[in-house]
Design a protein around this ligand. Structure first.
Ligand code: AMP
Length: 114
């Protein structure tokens, strides 16, 4: 757990969240400021930083975040209609929180890069 990390506090239960899915490695929660009707954050329970900083074991956990997306999509009932995954890295991507996480967006037409 990293001090002053919002997602570490959510994992620890210190900050409340709306949990969509949880297992021993990840937690998936509703984004507090959704940009689509379905906006879920898939967050590794261990504090992971940028992709280039990850060791092999941590990279497996990052990969697991992708692996679990169909389970989350099914839980939100949007598996068949489709969804977008976003992983922001750094300033130009607009990354706010440095704890690695995936955005799962769905529920409207997301064509284009915007
Ligand atoms: P990023 O810009 O990729 O770092 O995304 C961080 C995301 O975390 C943003 O979409 C925020 O709306 C979301 N967020 C920040 N604080 C919370 C919170 N307490 N609960 C749920 N989502 C949050």
């Amino acid at each position: 757990m990293k001090k002053d990390c919002v997602f570490c506090k959510i994992v620890a239960g210190v900050i409340p969240s709306q949990t969509v899915y949880e297992d021993d490695k990840v937690i998936a929660i509703s984004d507090i400021n959704p940009v689509a009707p379905v906006h879920v954050l898939i967050i590794p329970k261990k504090h992971l930083g940028k992709l280039e900083m990850l060791n092999e074991e941590e990279m497996e956990v990052a990969g697991y975040c992708f692996q679990i997306t169909p389970v989350v999509a099914r839980a939100k009932k949007i598996l068949n209609e489709g969804y977008r995954l976003v992983l922001n890295q750094g300033e130009n991507a607009g990354q706010e929180l440095d704890h690695l996480h995936l955005h799962l967006l769905a529920g409207r037409n997301l064509e284009g890069m915007g």
